[in-house]
Design a protein around this ligand. Sequence first.
Ligand code: SF4
Ligand code: SF4
Ligand code: SF4
Length: 266
Amino acid sequence: MSDDAKMDRRHFLRSGLRAVCGVAVAGTVGALAARGGSDDLVWQIDPDRCVACGNCATACVLTPSAVKVVHEVPMCGFCDLCFGYFAEQRPGDTETAENLRCPTDAIVRNFIEEPYYEYLIDEPKCIGCAICVEGCRQYGNGSLSMQVRHDRCVNCNECAIAVHCPADAFVRVPSDDPYILRSERLEEEEEETVEPRRPSPGPEPARPAPAPEPDHIAPDEFAPSAGDEIHPEELDEFIEPEAPPAASDDAEDADDLLDMLGVDLL
Ligand code: SF4
Ligand code: SF4
Ligand code: SF4
């Protein structure tokens, strides 16, 4: 298969998976909206503040925790060697427990085509330990994030995790928009940084009309008859003003002109 064909297939897979991811989140939001009004606030993790410390797994009042990992597939690199999935130090590359990062085998790895693999979360197995998030952030695209699942969370007034979170990553969000997805944030940031359209150039400024020619009569328009009487001072207006000849040439030019015209000076 050509590289182009592979990329087209990969793009198709990404688009399809993006739709699946969107439907899953929308379904959860819908269920939550039925429980609370838009004025209510609920707990959520800001994924850009979370440092994957692991406290979410043990500090929640629920066991297992109401916090689970979420895989934002549109951001995933579909890596062969995924460090959210494989342990950093491992005896081999087989998919056996000693080589895996997740302590509960909650990540499912599926082959797509060389060299791409997809990674899905088996949610009931996830205990919210954030070990996979740390690996993905360190070596991958950061497509794994921790989120409070609102089909489990009982929205404690004093959330036990908020008290123990070392990164101030536990925040209050509206109950009708209870998830913070990194992929959506990145999309919004990209839209904001798209260069604004340049305004279309205005009409060409009108060019100034050419300055009027100096008011004089060109010598070739002057055609006196032979024998006309002309005073020397009248000759000045028939000599081009732009390039006055040197003083020593004036008399010669006037004489030449008179000779040419056959005019006798008085
Ligand atoms: S306690 Fe805070 S920093 Fe630690 S994993 Fe949970 S949200 Fe992230
Ligand atoms: S509000 Fe309660 S149930 Fe929800 S994550 Fe915090 S401690 Fe767990
Ligand atoms: S490593 Fe921890 S957070 Fe990640 S899937 Fe496994 S149990 Fe869940």
